[in-house]
Design a binder for this molecule. Structure first.
Ligand SMILES: Nc1ncnc2c1ncn2[C@@H]1O[C@H](COP(=O)(O)OP(=O)(O)OP(=O)(O)O)[C@@H](O)[C@H]1O
Ligand SMILES: [Mg+2]
Length: 211
């Protein structure tokens, strides 16, 4: 399938809605193993992104992602601001000035975003971060899309995998970010960044429906 500017706008709107609805939840998760700001940070960032989208009205998928990335970089502090900012900036670069994105372009852009996250934060799978969701989900997407399947066809599996990997952060001990300062006390809590990443992939899938 082809993903146009309207699809990416819808994706941002849905992601922002999840972050708003789950602001308290994300904040509670971060209060357990961090400083309790992840929900507030992400909700503020998403609102800044929506504001900037409506004031600048970018026309291509790449411009939309860049606008969101810039808004996140300038409004979300801490670890998540630069990490999510990088995700959107990398995707924007990968999209270039195409009017429409196909499944292969999308998979490549998400892979670039993952490389951006890992380059910046140096986390690996198992460190109890957003990488625990991003890496397996991106690998799954890449493999399936290379084999000729499309995102709509695999969305149910994508969302299920993201949810499973998010929950799999619970028994882990954090080795990166603020949560790592807690050592063994970080065990038994779900990682907030892995949780917001689950909403990211869920939004990517729900935007297909065109609601
Ligand atoms: N090095 C890292 N690599 C990848 N993800 C990371 C890294 N450090 C933190 N994270 C993710 O960021 C989330 C925390 O985001 P949050 O918005 O709460 O930033 P923060 O940790 O409070 O930032 P800071 O500690 O700099 O104030 C974690 O749950 C984790 O998923
Ligand atoms: Mg925090």
């Amino acid at each position: 399938m082809m993903y146009d500017a309207n699809y990416f706008r819808r994706f941002i709107e849905i992601f922002a809605k999840y972050l708003e609805e789950n602001k308290e939840y994300l904040t509670r998760l971060d209060a357990a193993i961090g400083d309790g700001d992840h929900g507030i940070n992400m909700d503020r960032g998403a609102k800044a992104a929506l504001d900037r989208l409506s004031s600048t009205n970018p026309k291509t998928p790449g411009e939309i992602m860049r606008t969101v990335g810039m808004a996140l970089l300038s409004s979300v502090g801490g670890a998540a601001g630069p990490l999510y900012g990088t995700i959107f900036m990398r995707m924007s670069l990968a999209f270039g000035n195409r009017d429409k994105i196909d499944d292969k372009n999308l998979a490549t852009a998400l892979e670039q975003a993952l490389l951006g996250i890992k380059g910046l934060g140096k986390a690996e799978v198992g460190d109890k971060t957003m990488v625990d969701v991003w890496e397996p989900v991106v690998n799954f997407l890449k493999e399936n899309i290379e084999n000729g399947r499309t995102l709509p066809e695999i969305c149910e599996e994508v969302v299920a995998l993201a949810e499973e990997r998010m929950k799999a952060t619970i028994p882990l001990q954090a080795r990166k970010g603020r949560a790592s300062y807690l050592g063994e006390r970080s065990i038994g809590h779900q990682d907030p960044g892995a949780t917001s990443s689950y909403y990211f992939f869920r939004s990517l899938c729900e935007a297909i429906g065109g609601r």
